[in-house]
Design a protein around this ligand. Structure first.
Ligand code: AMP
Length: 115
């Protein structure tokens, strides 16, 4: 299920440009347009789910696939020795695009807490 106005759905449909790094039947991954680290990839399920807070138990396999994709992409991009995965759920948490996505960040030293 794709949403007409959602910018990530438009990217998945090829109606908006992206720098793709990985694609399966269920997942699409591309470079973030405003990178926060030397490597910053967005891993997006093709199914439109607005927020992580909206997932259901049926989405569990899909979320697992996103993790496997992250591991594969980290290797592909040469950052498998150290990378960070982030999901912002809700505006308060900093979510700005309301289609679930996993940020994969790498290529620099990460700090904690993330702020
Ligand atoms: P979040 O703030 O967690 O919702 O993350 C949304 C991310 O999408 C931000 O890091 C944006 O830089 C990124 N973004 C927004 N529009 C695009 C786009 N057209 N192509 C690639 N990344 C985008």
């Amino acid at each position: 299920m794709l949403s007409d106005e959602c910018i990530f759905c438009q990217i998945i449909r090829g109606e908006r440009p992206s720098r793709k790094v990985y694609e399966t039947e269920t997942i699409y991954a591309f470079h973030d347009i405003n990178p926060q680290a030397p490597t910053h990839i967005l891993i997006v399920p093709k199914k439109h789910i607005a927020r992580l807070a909206d997932i259901t138990p049926e989405d569990a396999p899909l979320l697992g696939e996103m993790m496997v994709a992250a591991k594969t992409i980290a290797e592909q991009e040469g950052v498998s020795s150290g990378f960070r995965l982030v999901i912002n759920s809700g505006r308060e948490a900093g979510q700005s695009v309301f289609h679930v996505h996993l940020h994969l960040l790498g290529g620099r030293r990460m700090r904690w807490p993330p702020g």
